[in-house]
Design a protein around this ligand. Structure first.
Ligand code: S3P
Length: 446
């Protein structure tokens, strides 16, 4: 895990039909939480299907630094947790690399401990706003001893002797902020309430309940979710099978749609409705995606997706759908580049504060490859060129963003000319198998 390696460019080119079965790595959101909650709970947690990407491994290292024992035993990760309320002060700064989820959730987790914790990140993470997590923590009694201007990393937190439970309305649609408050509540006496006006991914609620937390969720008449959690209870280690990551599924999925003659099956994809906005949108665009073998695994719906290349048409993607596909806009923009007509994506303000300013990074990457698009303050409109006529030939700046790198390598599989990305290194943060999985399907990427 080196923070400033020499950039490693990669190039993709027009490929023949993609065929075969793809088995995805585990879901990133669930993998982070599995390490965290397992590291915190009493007794043993065993995890299969964990995403062994750099981001998740950083979270594992952080939990180890605070007293959890974590070992890989064949295909299984085995954790002996500290017990709720029993994390230890880490001796060294916790370095989260590129991982927003890891750092924000861990700040919540330790923010109510009477100890000092230092947080670090790579240049991309150090540009991202942390105030959204620090604000509710301050209300609970956490002191921010050190932060860069605008509440940015490196940050040092000191928790109170006794944290105060709060009622907190999450001001932006963010599962990370919701989760940080819920995790801070675990070491806080009394009941903490998180009010969520717009539902975001609900893995924290579901998994904490599974670990035995006293947590209840109620949706009021206006559709707001009220999540109440009683702190200082016991959490018990669990057995967790992590389903395949629907965000990672987006890459082979869009590839198969845009490369003519393709027919692939992506196995074991998480179908939690807070995560399936991309599939819905692509289906509206005319994508041939068949959900097969729908089943329940570890408390989540999963399915295999059979995907055949399709003629796509542009659609309007409404802003209220954004939380269920927030990480998938870059690859949706790639699909839209091959669609007939305009695809208008609205409500994209959160894309500005991801691993990069994804709205600009996507628009610039598309323009560099001849795609007709317009970047608005919170919107992106793409006018496609069916069959990728005249597209490609550009080099894309990835800005240390794994999803920008993967999305544009998918673009190049169906454009007239090859597409180059300036650095593939960050792909390892979320999808270390990406290159091999894609080339096994027949993609020409090197
Ligand atoms: C995540 C929440 C989302 C998402 C990120 C993972 C999570 O971030 O973009 O990749 O696991 O909670 P926000 O909370 O900033 O929307």
């Amino acid at each position: 895990m080196n923070d400033h390696p020499k950039p490693q460019p990669a190039t993709s080119r027009k490929s023949g039909p993609l065929f075969g079965k793809a088995r995805l790595p585990g879901d990133k959101s669930i993998s982070h939480r599995a390490f965290m909650f397992g590291g915190l709970a009493s007794g043993e947690t065993r995890i299969t299907g964990l995403l062994e990407g750099e981001d998740v491994l950083r979270t594992g290292e952080a939990m180890k630094a605070m007293g959890a024992r974590i070992e890989r035993n064949g295909a299984e990760w085995v954790i002996q947790g500290t017990g709720n309320g029993c994390l230890l002060e880490p001796a060294e700064p916790l370095d989260f690399g590129n991982a927003g989820t890891g750092v924000r959730l861990t700040m919540g987790l330790v923010g109510t401990y009477d100890m000092k914790t230092h947080f670090l990140g790579d240049p991309s993470l150090s540009k991202r706003p942390m105030g959204r997590v620090l604000d509710p923590l301050r209300e609970m009694g956490t002191q921010v001893l050190k932060a860069e201007p605008g509440d940015r990393l490196p940050i040092t937190l000191q928790g109170p002797q006794r944290a105060a439970p709060i009622s907190y309305r999450v001001p932006m649609p963010s599962a990370q902020v919701k989760s940080a408050v819920l995790l801070a509540a675990l070491n806080t006496p009394g009941v903490t309430t998180v009010i969520e006006p717009v539902m975001t991914r609900d893995h924290t609620e579901k998994m904490l309940a599974g670990f035995g937390a006293a947590l209840e969720v109620e949706t009021d008449t206006e559709g707001m979710r009220h999540i109440r959690i009683e702190g200082q209870g016991r959490l018990q280690g669990q057995v967790i099978a992590v389903p395949g990551d629907p965000s990672s599924a987006g890459f082979p999925l869009v590839a198969a749609l845009i490369v003519p003659g393709s027919d692939i099956t992506i196995e074991n994809v998480l179908m939690n409705p807070t995560r399936t906005g991309l599939i819905l949108t692509l289906q509206e665009m005319g994508a041939d995606i068949e959900l097969m073998n729908r089943r329940s695994a570890g408390g989540e719906d999963v399915a295999d997706l059979r995907v055949r290349s399709s003629e796509l048409k542009g659609v309007r993607v409404p802003p209220e759908r954004a939380p269920s596909m927030i990480d998938e806009y870059p690859v949706l923009a790639v699909a839209a580049s091959f669609a007939e007509g305009e695809t208008l994506m609205e409500g994209l303000e959160e894309l500005r504060v991801k691993e990069s300013d994804r709205l600009s990074a996507v628009a610039n990457g598309l323009k560099a490859n001849g795609v007709d698009c317009t970047e608005g303050e919170t919107t992106l409109s793409v006018r496609g060129a069916p069959e990728g006529r005249g597209l490609g030939g550009g080099t894309v700046e990835t800005h240390l963003d794994h999803r920008i790198a993967m999305s544009f390598l998918i673009l190049g599989l169906a454009t007239a000319k090859p597409v180059t990305v300036d650095d593939r290194a960050m792909i390892a943060t979320s999808f270390p198998e990406f290159m091999r999985l894609m080339t096994d399907l027949g993609a020409e990427i090197e």
